[in-house]
Write a protein that binds this ligand. Sequence first.
Ligand code: NAD
Length: 456
Amino acid sequence: MVKHLVAAQNEFFATQKTKEVTYRKYYLKKLQQEILDQEDAICNALYADFKKPKFESLATETQLVLAELKHAIKNIRSWSEPNSVGASLSNFPSKDWIQPEPYGKVLIISPWNYPFMLAIAPLVGALAAGNTAILKPSEFSPHTSKMIAQIIQKVFPPEYVTVVEGGVEVSAQLLKEKWEYIFFTGSTRVGKIVYQSAAEHLTPVTLELSGKNPCIVDETASIKLAAKRIAWGKFINAGQTCIAPDYILVHKNIKDSLVDHLKQNITQFYGKEMETSESFARIATTKHYQELKVMLEGQTLLFGGSFTDEEQYISPTLVDEPQLDSPIMNGEIFGPILPIISYEEEDELHEYISKYPNPLAFYVFSSNKKFQKRLMGQYSFGGGAINDVVVHISNKDLPFGGVGQSGIGGYHGKHTFDLFSHHKSIIKRGTWLDVPLRYAPYNISLKWVKKIKHLF
Ligand code: NAD
């Protein structure tokens, strides 16, 4: 079946149909309308998968995608136009330009944590740029995966866009095919597998991967506000957010106060009976739920720590000063568990931060501008925020992505269009003049060659 779909997309792309901006726009609008019509059903699917609260489904899934669609539909014509650049004197007379063009067929593989948004947001840019696409949503969010398949089937002919549902085997089968671009969101472990498969055909990739994101709170921070923002960004989607703060490094003089404020905010957000809160999601996969439980073993808890196996519920939990070699500090947590580690001198921060290179996100709460600047400049990370968490994802003008271990490439807004376009450089030479300097026999003195520099 995969081979058949791939062949159909190859054939369709070759018709040049997707190079017409009106064609792309027509389908993006159709997709927009279908998402608007199905918004409630999408939220229901997300709720069925992991009790995702409707507010979070709207704010972090459908509305984000609709904003991407609106922006792309509005700008697609200007983005697709050739972009003139200055001509070089040596080529006089000429016109020089960059022509964005689609790669061909794109494979998009997505995870379960924001299962709708992380499948459809890249698709919007892929189609805006004129590609065809096959989507492989996560098998661990089956209701949303089915919903995505239904929407795509209704909106697009399969030779243009189609969904292939399934797990690792299906994904592996898809990766055996030759793609012109692969966009993968998921773990760093699987990202390496995807990269290897892509190398086989020299296929360009975007890899949106994971990291262990530090959140540093120094003595000068506004503690009350820091606690509120951290609690929001950590526990939204039950901590299953790739850019959630993973652990806090807090100055020892303000640790108790920060912890008190975190507790207050968590209780305010989710109530005293958190399990009954309609604002708090569940852990989406059993494997991950079990791993999170193991992470809590032997830890000193400052708050929370309760769980219910039937529901795969873990309450918002604060862990006190975990050992660096304990499972909780071994890799990304990806759940509602927040370790709090104190430091005394700034130098101590390096030991922690450098242990987890290239985090996907990096956060500093401080009112000391020099401290903010030093930390933001010193470390390599995907993106970040000063005095807030997570919010850098919401500005479409900021490319969203990782670096090193946390990924390759950045997207959102026009960045997605650019990422899914090959930027073709073209020179159109005039024919009424042909400066003879570059042609053999080379009679021009070498002294002049060095002086003129740009002979062609
Ligand atoms: P995952 O890597 O296990 O799976 C992602 C996708 O890859 C799924 O569709 C899955 O079916 C497929 N897959 C799994 N194993 C495969 C294999 N061996 N070969 C081919 N395909 C395979 O990730 P996940 O558990 O679904 O998602 C959670 C991870 O994703 C976290 O680590 C999180 O940080 C990361 N993530 C990153 C971003 C980002 O934007 N950087 C966003 C969300 C999640």
